[in-house]
Design a protein around this ligand. Sequence first.
Ligand SMILES: NC(=O)c1ccc[n+]([C@@H]2O[C@H](COP(=O)([O-])OP(=O)(O)OC[C@H]3O[C@@H](n4cnc5c(N)ncnc54)[C@H](O)[C@@H]3O)[C@@H](O)[C@H]2O)c1
Ligand SMILES: O=c1ccn([C@@H]2O[C@H](COP(=O)(O)OP(=O)(O)O[C@H]3O[C@H](CO)[C@H](O)[C@H](O)[C@H]3O)[C@@H](O)[C@H]2O)c(=O)[nH]1
Length: 328
Amino acid sequence: MDNHVLVTGGAGYIGAHACKALRRAGYVPVTFDNLVTGWQDAVKFGPFERGDLLDRARLDEVFAKYTPVAVMHFAALSQVGESMSQPGRYWHNNVGGSLNLVEAAVDAACMNFVFSSTCATYGDQDNVVLDENSAQYPINAYGASKRAIEDILRDFEAAHGLRNVIFRYFNVAGADPEAEVGEFHQPETHLIPLMLDAIDGKRDALTIFGTDYDTPDGTCIRDYVHVCDLVDAHVLGLKWLQDGKGSRVFNLGTGSGFSVREVIDQSRAVTNRTVPFKEGARRAGDATKLVSGSTRAVAELGWQPDRSNLNTMIADAWRWHQTGHFDK
Ligand SMILES: NC(=O)c1ccc[n+]([C@@H]2O[C@H](COP(=O)([O-])OP(=O)(O)OC[C@H]3O[C@@H](n4cnc5c(N)ncnc54)[C@H](O)[C@@H]3O)[C@@H](O)[C@H]2O)c1
Ligand SMILES: O=c1ccn([C@@H]2O[C@H](COP(=O)(O)OP(=O)(O)O[C@H]3O[C@H](CO)[C@H](O)[C@H](O)[C@H]3O)[C@@H](O)[C@H]2O)c(=O)[nH]1
Protein backbone atom coordinates (compact mmCIF):
# COMPACT_ATOMS: atom_id res chain seq x y z
CA MET A 1 0.00 0.00 0.00
CA ASP A 2 1.30 3.46 -0.71
CA ASN A 3 -1.35 5.60 0.89
CA HIS A 4 -0.80 5.23 4.61
CA VAL A 5 -0.88 8.41 6.66
CA LEU A 6 0.70 8.42 10.11
CA VAL A 7 -1.80 10.11 12.43
CA THR A 8 -0.25 10.99 15.78
CA GLY A 9 -2.95 11.53 18.41
CA GLY A 10 -5.43 9.50 16.33
CA ALA A 11 -7.02 8.14 19.52
CA GLY A 12 -7.96 11.67 20.61
CA TYR A 13 -10.92 13.88 19.80
CA ILE A 14 -9.75 15.60 16.61
CA GLY A 15 -7.39 12.83 15.47
CA ALA A 16 -10.17 10.23 15.52
CA HIS A 17 -12.35 12.46 13.33
CA ALA A 18 -9.36 12.97 11.02
CA CYS A 19 -8.95 9.19 10.69
CA LYS A 20 -12.57 8.89 9.57
CA ALA A 21 -12.13 11.68 7.00
CA LEU A 22 -8.87 10.17 5.72
CA ARG A 23 -10.45 6.74 5.35
CA ARG A 24 -13.35 8.26 3.43
CA ALA A 25 -10.83 10.02 1.15
CA GLY A 26 -9.09 6.72 0.34
CA TYR A 27 -6.14 6.86 2.72
CA VAL A 28 -5.26 4.35 5.43
CA PRO A 29 -4.83 6.24 8.72
CA VAL A 30 -2.27 4.65 11.07
CA THR A 31 -2.85 5.93 14.59
CA PHE A 32 0.25 6.47 16.73
CA ASP A 33 -0.82 7.29 20.27
CA ASN A 34 0.25 6.62 23.87
CA LEU A 35 -3.34 7.02 25.17
CA VAL A 36 -2.28 9.65 27.73
CA THR A 37 -5.54 11.46 26.97
CA GLY A 38 -6.86 9.29 24.13
CA TRP A 39 -8.97 6.12 23.86
CA GLN A 40 -8.24 2.85 22.14
CA ASP A 41 -11.98 2.58 21.35
CA ALA A 42 -11.73 5.73 19.26
CA VAL A 43 -9.37 4.03 16.79
CA LYS A 44 -11.91 2.67 14.29
CA PHE A 45 -10.69 3.50 10.81
CA GLY A 46 -7.21 1.98 10.49
CA PRO A 47 -4.40 0.26 12.40
CA PHE A 48 -3.38 1.26 15.91
CA GLU A 49 0.28 1.50 16.95
CA ARG A 50 0.64 2.29 20.60
CA GLY A 51 3.69 4.42 21.25
CA ASP A 52 5.05 7.60 22.72
CA LEU A 53 6.48 10.47 20.67
CA LEU A 54 9.32 10.61 23.16
CA ASP A 55 10.33 7.06 22.14
CA ARG A 56 12.37 7.60 18.98
CA ALA A 57 13.03 3.89 18.37
CA ARG A 58 9.30 3.15 18.42
CA LEU A 59 8.67 5.96 15.91
CA ASP A 60 11.37 4.59 13.58
CA GLU A 61 9.78 1.14 13.79
CA VAL A 62 6.37 2.48 12.77
CA PHE A 63 7.73 4.60 9.89
CA ALA A 64 9.60 1.52 8.61
CA LYS A 65 6.52 -0.71 8.89
CA TYR A 66 4.13 1.54 6.90
CA THR A 67 6.29 3.96 4.82
CA PRO A 68 3.56 6.61 5.15
CA VAL A 69 3.05 9.25 2.46
CA ALA A 70 2.54 11.91 5.12
CA VAL A 71 2.30 12.66 8.82
CA MET A 72 -0.69 14.36 10.43
CA HIS A 73 0.49 15.47 13.83
CA PHE A 74 -2.29 15.95 16.40
CA ALA A 75 -0.65 14.42 19.48
CA ALA A 76 -0.11 16.98 22.22
CA LEU A 77 -1.08 18.00 25.69
CA SER A 78 -3.51 20.86 25.13
CA GLN A 79 -4.98 22.25 28.34
CA VAL A 80 -4.25 25.93 28.70
CA GLY A 81 -4.72 26.02 32.49
CA GLU A 82 -2.55 22.93 33.12
CA SER A 83 0.18 24.39 30.91
CA MET A 84 0.40 27.37 33.24
CA SER A 85 0.99 25.18 36.32
CA GLN A 86 3.09 22.44 34.65
CA PRO A 87 5.01 24.14 31.82
CA GLY A 88 7.78 21.54 31.88
CA ARG A 89 5.37 18.79 30.90
CA TYR A 90 4.21 20.85 27.92
CA TRP A 91 7.72 21.65 26.69
CA HIS A 92 8.88 18.02 27.08
CA ASN A 93 5.88 16.36 25.55
CA ASN A 94 4.87 18.82 22.85
CA VAL A 95 8.21 20.25 21.76
CA GLY A 96 10.47 17.29 22.63
CA GLY A 97 7.98 14.83 21.17
CA SER A 98 7.51 16.86 17.98
CA LEU A 99 11.25 17.21 17.49
CA ASN A 100 11.61 13.41 17.66
CA LEU A 101 8.76 13.04 15.19
CA VAL A 102 10.12 15.45 12.57
CA GLU A 103 13.59 13.88 12.84
CA ALA A 104 12.09 10.43 12.38
CA ALA A 105 10.01 11.65 9.40
CA VAL A 106 13.06 13.15 7.68
CA ASP A 107 15.14 10.03 8.32
CA ALA A 108 12.32 7.92 6.84
CA ALA A 109 12.08 10.31 3.82
CA CYS A 110 8.45 11.05 4.67
CA MET A 111 8.43 14.69 3.55
CA ASN A 112 4.78 15.81 3.85
CA PHE A 113 3.81 17.05 7.30
CA VAL A 114 0.47 18.47 8.46
CA PHE A 115 0.52 20.08 11.90
CA SER A 116 -2.14 21.06 14.49
CA SER A 117 -1.26 24.49 15.73
CA THR A 118 -3.52 26.89 17.51
CA CYS A 119 -4.80 30.43 17.69
CA ALA A 120 -3.30 30.38 21.20
CA THR A 121 0.00 31.20 19.45
CA TYR A 122 -1.40 34.70 18.73
CA GLY A 123 -1.96 35.47 22.40
CA ASP A 124 -4.29 38.22 23.58
CA GLN A 125 -4.24 40.96 20.94
CA ASP A 126 -7.25 43.20 21.43
CA ASN A 127 -8.72 44.81 18.33
CA VAL A 128 -6.25 43.06 16.03
CA VAL A 129 -7.52 41.09 13.06
CA LEU A 130 -5.88 37.68 13.46
CA ASP A 131 -4.68 36.46 10.11
CA GLU A 132 -1.78 34.19 9.29
CA ASN A 133 0.66 37.11 9.22
CA SER A 134 -0.30 38.38 12.68
CA ALA A 135 2.45 38.48 15.27
CA GLN A 136 2.54 35.49 17.59
CA TYR A 137 2.77 36.42 21.28
CA PRO A 138 1.42 33.40 23.20
CA ILE A 139 0.32 34.12 26.78
CA ASN A 140 0.45 30.52 28.03
CA ALA A 141 2.98 27.67 27.89
CA TYR A 142 0.68 25.60 25.68
CA GLY A 143 0.62 28.31 23.00
CA ALA A 144 4.36 28.87 23.39
CA SER A 145 5.04 25.16 22.86
CA LYS A 146 2.99 25.19 19.65
CA ARG A 147 4.77 28.28 18.33
CA ALA A 148 8.11 26.56 19.00
CA ILE A 149 6.99 23.55 16.95
CA GLU A 150 6.08 25.87 14.07
CA ASP A 151 9.66 27.21 14.25
CA ILE A 152 11.07 23.68 14.22
CA LEU A 153 9.07 22.93 11.08
CA ARG A 154 10.42 26.04 9.32
CA ASP A 155 14.00 25.06 10.16
CA PHE A 156 13.48 21.47 9.01
CA GLU A 157 12.01 22.63 5.75
CA ALA A 158 14.95 24.93 5.11
CA ALA A 159 17.54 22.30 6.00
CA HIS A 160 15.93 19.06 4.90
CA GLY A 161 12.99 19.90 2.61
CA LEU A 162 10.29 18.65 5.02
CA ARG A 163 7.24 20.41 3.53
CA ASN A 164 4.51 21.41 5.95
CA VAL A 165 0.99 22.71 6.22
CA ILE A 166 0.37 24.36 9.59
CA PHE A 167 -3.24 24.76 10.69
CA ARG A 168 -3.94 27.25 13.48
CA TYR A 169 -7.25 26.14 14.91
CA PHE A 170 -9.67 28.39 16.68
CA ASN A 171 -12.12 26.59 19.04
CA VAL A 172 -12.98 23.13 17.83
CA ALA A 173 -16.47 21.86 18.69
CA GLY A 174 -19.16 19.40 17.60
CA ALA A 175 -18.91 15.72 16.77
CA ASP A 176 -19.29 13.26 13.91
CA PRO A 177 -23.00 13.57 12.89
CA GLU A 178 -23.13 9.73 12.77
CA ALA A 179 -21.84 9.73 16.37
CA GLU A 180 -19.18 7.06 15.63
CA VAL A 181 -16.65 9.34 17.33
CA GLY A 182 -16.96 12.49 19.40
CA GLU A 183 -15.39 14.63 22.09
CA PHE A 184 -14.53 12.67 25.23
CA HIS A 185 -11.84 14.33 27.31
CA GLN A 186 -11.23 13.23 30.89
CA PRO A 187 -10.92 15.58 32.61
CA GLU A 188 -13.04 17.77 30.36
CA THR A 189 -12.18 21.47 30.26
CA HIS A 190 -13.98 22.68 27.13
CA LEU A 191 -17.02 24.89 27.31
CA ILE A 192 -19.58 23.03 25.20
CA PRO A 193 -19.16 19.48 26.59
CA LEU A 194 -19.08 20.87 30.15
CA MET A 195 -22.29 22.73 29.44
CA LEU A 196 -23.97 19.61 28.05
CA ASP A 197 -22.91 17.69 31.17
CA ALA A 198 -24.44 20.41 33.36
CA ILE A 199 -27.64 20.35 31.32
CA ASP A 200 -28.26 16.65 31.90
CA GLY A 201 -27.06 16.67 35.49
CA LYS A 202 -23.81 14.72 34.94
CA ARG A 203 -21.97 17.50 36.74
CA ASP A 204 -22.64 20.66 38.72
CA ALA A 205 -23.58 23.98 37.20
CA LEU A 206 -21.25 25.44 34.60
CA THR A 207 -19.04 28.26 35.92
CA ILE A 208 -18.59 31.22 33.58
CA PHE A 209 -14.90 32.11 33.84
CA GLY A 210 -15.01 35.88 34.09
CA THR A 211 -17.81 38.35 33.45
CA ASP A 212 -15.68 41.51 33.51
CA TYR A 213 -13.93 41.19 30.14
CA ASP A 214 -14.04 44.11 27.74
CA THR A 215 -16.71 42.53 25.51
CA PRO A 216 -20.38 43.48 25.01
CA ASP A 217 -21.66 41.05 27.68
CA GLY A 218 -18.45 40.79 29.74
CA THR A 219 -17.63 37.17 28.80
CA CYS A 220 -14.86 35.87 26.50
CA ILE A 221 -15.45 35.58 22.78
CA ARG A 222 -14.32 32.61 20.70
CA ASP A 223 -14.59 31.49 17.07
CA TYR A 224 -16.03 27.94 17.03
CA VAL A 225 -15.31 25.56 14.14
CA HIS A 226 -16.95 22.16 13.59
CA VAL A 227 -14.53 19.25 14.03
CA CYS A 228 -15.71 17.65 10.76
CA ASP A 229 -15.04 20.84 8.80
CA LEU A 230 -11.68 21.12 10.53
CA VAL A 231 -10.55 17.62 9.55
CA ASP A 232 -11.81 18.13 5.98
CA ALA A 233 -9.34 21.01 5.79
CA HIS A 234 -6.59 18.59 6.82
CA VAL A 235 -7.40 16.26 3.94
CA LEU A 236 -7.26 19.28 1.60
CA GLY A 237 -3.94 20.28 3.19
CA LEU A 238 -2.57 16.80 2.58
CA LYS A 239 -3.61 16.94 -1.09
CA TRP A 240 -2.04 20.40 -1.32
CA LEU A 241 1.30 18.91 -0.28
CA GLN A 242 0.90 15.85 -2.49
CA ASP A 243 0.23 18.20 -5.43
CA GLY A 244 3.69 19.63 -4.81
CA LYS A 245 2.53 22.99 -3.47
CA GLY A 246 4.68 24.86 -0.98
CA SER A 247 4.51 25.02 2.79
CA ARG A 248 1.68 27.20 4.02
CA VAL A 249 -0.03 28.35 7.23
CA PHE A 250 -3.83 28.42 7.41
CA ASN A 251 -6.11 29.69 10.15
CA LEU A 252 -9.12 27.44 10.66
CA GLY A 253 -12.00 29.51 12.02
CA THR A 254 -15.17 31.02 10.62
CA GLY A 255 -14.59 34.70 11.38
CA SER A 256 -17.65 34.84 13.68
CA GLY A 257 -17.18 35.14 17.41
CA PHE A 258 -19.59 34.06 20.16
CA SER A 259 -19.44 34.97 23.82
CA VAL A 260 -19.78 32.39 26.58
CA ARG A 261 -23.27 33.77 27.33
CA GLU A 262 -24.24 33.42 23.66
CA VAL A 263 -23.11 29.78 23.68
CA ILE A 264 -25.23 29.18 26.81
CA ASP A 265 -28.28 30.75 25.11
CA GLN A 266 -27.80 28.66 21.99
CA SER A 267 -27.40 25.46 24.03
CA ARG A 268 -30.66 26.19 25.78
CA ALA A 269 -32.36 26.63 22.39
CA VAL A 270 -30.87 23.45 20.86
CA THR A 271 -31.52 21.13 23.81
CA ASN A 272 -34.72 22.79 24.99
CA ARG A 273 -33.35 22.40 28.52
CA THR A 274 -32.25 24.81 31.23
CA VAL A 275 -28.50 25.45 31.43
CA PRO A 276 -27.48 25.60 35.11
CA PHE A 277 -24.64 28.12 35.44
CA LYS A 278 -22.98 30.48 37.88
CA GLU A 279 -20.61 33.39 37.41
CA GLY A 280 -17.01 32.92 38.55
CA ALA A 281 -13.52 34.40 38.38
CA ARG A 282 -11.35 34.60 35.28
CA ARG A 283 -9.27 31.51 34.35
CA ALA A 284 -5.51 32.04 34.07
CA GLY A 285 -4.24 32.14 30.50
CA ASP A 286 -7.55 33.06 28.81
CA ALA A 287 -7.50 35.69 26.05
CA THR A 288 -10.44 38.13 25.82
CA LYS A 289 -11.32 37.52 22.19
CA LEU A 290 -9.97 35.08 19.60
CA VAL A 291 -11.61 35.31 16.19
CA SER A 292 -10.03 34.48 12.85
CA GLY A 293 -9.69 37.33 10.38
CA SER A 294 -8.63 35.17 7.46
CA THR A 295 -10.35 33.45 4.54
CA ARG A 296 -7.13 31.95 3.19
CA ALA A 297 -8.23 28.34 3.71
CA VAL A 298 -11.45 29.00 1.78
CA ALA A 299 -9.70 30.88 -1.02
CA GLU A 300 -6.65 28.65 -1.48
CA LEU A 301 -7.67 25.17 -0.28
CA GLY A 302 -11.29 25.42 -1.41
CA TRP A 303 -12.36 24.71 2.19
CA GLN A 304 -16.12 24.85 2.82
CA PRO A 305 -16.88 24.97 6.56
CA ASP A 306 -20.56 24.10 6.04
CA ARG A 307 -21.29 22.63 9.48
CA SER A 308 -19.59 25.38 11.47
CA ASN A 309 -22.64 27.24 12.70
CA LEU A 310 -23.25 27.26 16.44
CA ASN A 311 -26.60 25.51 16.17
CA THR A 312 -25.23 22.51 14.19
CA MET A 313 -22.11 22.22 16.36
CA ILE A 314 -24.12 22.08 19.57
CA ALA A 315 -26.74 19.74 18.04
CA ASP A 316 -24.03 17.30 16.86
CA ALA A 317 -22.24 17.50 20.21
CA TRP A 318 -25.55 16.89 22.02
CA ARG A 319 -26.34 13.79 19.90
CA TRP A 320 -22.89 12.32 20.65
CA HIS A 321 -23.15 13.35 24.29
CA GLN A 322 -26.32 11.32 24.73
CA THR A 323 -25.07 8.15 23.05
CA GLY A 324 -21.29 7.95 22.89
CA HIS A 325 -18.33 7.32 25.14
CA PHE A 326 -14.91 5.68 24.88
CA ASP A 327 -12.82 3.34 26.99
CA LYS A 328 -9.09 2.74 27.12
N1 LIG B 1 -9.65 20.95 20.84
C1 LIG B 1 -9.38 22.19 20.44
O1 LIG B 1 -10.23 23.09 20.50
C2 LIG B 1 -8.02 22.51 19.85
C3 LIG B 1 -7.77 23.83 19.47
C4 LIG B 1 -6.53 24.14 18.91
C5 LIG B 1 -5.57 23.15 18.72
N2 LIG B 1 -5.84 21.89 19.11
C6 LIG B 1 -4.80 20.87 18.91
O2 LIG B 1 -5.35 19.75 18.24
C7 LIG B 1 -4.68 18.56 18.64
C8 LIG B 1 -5.68 17.51 19.08
O3 LIG B 1 -6.47 18.03 20.14
P1 LIG B 1 -7.62 17.14 20.81
O4 LIG B 1 -8.62 18.09 21.36
O5 LIG B 1 -8.03 16.07 19.88
O6 LIG B 1 -6.80 16.53 22.04
P2 LIG B 1 -6.87 15.05 22.67
O7 LIG B 1 -6.25 15.16 24.00
O8 LIG B 1 -8.23 14.48 22.55
O9 LIG B 1 -5.93 14.23 21.68
C9 LIG B 1 -4.53 14.26 21.76
C10 LIG B 1 -4.02 12.84 21.56
O10 LIG B 1 -2.58 12.86 21.58
C11 LIG B 1 -2.13 11.74 22.35
N3 LIG B 1 -0.79 12.09 22.83
C12 LIG B 1 -0.43 13.16 23.60
N4 LIG B 1 0.90 13.12 23.85
C13 LIG B 1 1.40 12.01 23.22
C14 LIG B 1 2.69 11.45 23.09
N5 LIG B 1 3.76 11.97 23.70
N6 LIG B 1 2.83 10.33 22.33
C15 LIG B 1 1.76 9.76 21.71
N7 LIG B 1 0.51 10.25 21.81
C16 LIG B 1 0.32 11.37 22.55
C17 LIG B 1 -3.18 11.58 23.43
O11 LIG B 1 -3.22 10.31 24.02
C18 LIG B 1 -4.47 11.89 22.66
O12 LIG B 1 -5.03 10.74 22.10
C19 LIG B 1 -3.71 18.98 19.74
O13 LIG B 1 -2.43 19.13 19.16
C20 LIG B 1 -4.24 20.32 20.20
O14 LIG B 1 -3.21 21.14 20.69
C21 LIG B 1 -7.05 21.53 19.67
O1 LIG C 1 -16.17 25.78 32.38
C1 LIG C 1 -15.88 26.63 31.54
C2 LIG C 1 -15.04 26.34 30.43
C3 LIG C 1 -14.73 27.36 29.55
N1 LIG C 1 -15.24 28.61 29.75
C4 LIG C 1 -14.90 29.69 28.81
O2 LIG C 1 -15.31 29.29 27.52
C5 LIG C 1 -14.39 29.77 26.55
C6 LIG C 1 -13.87 28.60 25.74
O3 LIG C 1 -13.07 27.79 26.60
P1 LIG C 1 -12.53 26.35 26.19
O4 LIG C 1 -11.81 25.81 27.36
O5 LIG C 1 -13.65 25.57 25.60
O6 LIG C 1 -11.53 26.67 25.01
P2 LIG C 1 -10.24 27.60 25.04
O7 LIG C 1 -10.61 28.84 24.29
O8 LIG C 1 -9.64 27.78 26.37
O9 LIG C 1 -9.19 26.64 24.35
C7 LIG C 1 -9.20 26.29 23.01
O10 LIG C 1 -8.51 27.27 22.32
C8 LIG C 1 -7.21 27.46 22.83
C9 LIG C 1 -6.70 28.66 22.14
O11 LIG C 1 -6.88 29.74 23.03
C10 LIG C 1 -6.40 26.21 22.64
O12 LIG C 1 -6.09 26.01 21.29
C11 LIG C 1 -7.10 25.01 23.21
O13 LIG C 1 -6.49 23.82 22.78
C12 LIG C 1 -8.52 24.95 22.81
O14 LIG C 1 -9.17 23.97 23.56
C13 LIG C 1 -13.28 30.49 27.31
O15 LIG C 1 -13.57 31.85 27.31
C14 LIG C 1 -13.41 29.95 28.74
O16 LIG C 1 -13.02 30.87 29.72
C15 LIG C 1 -16.06 28.90 30.82
O17 LIG C 1 -16.49 30.03 30.99
N2 LIG C 1 -16.35 27.90 31.69
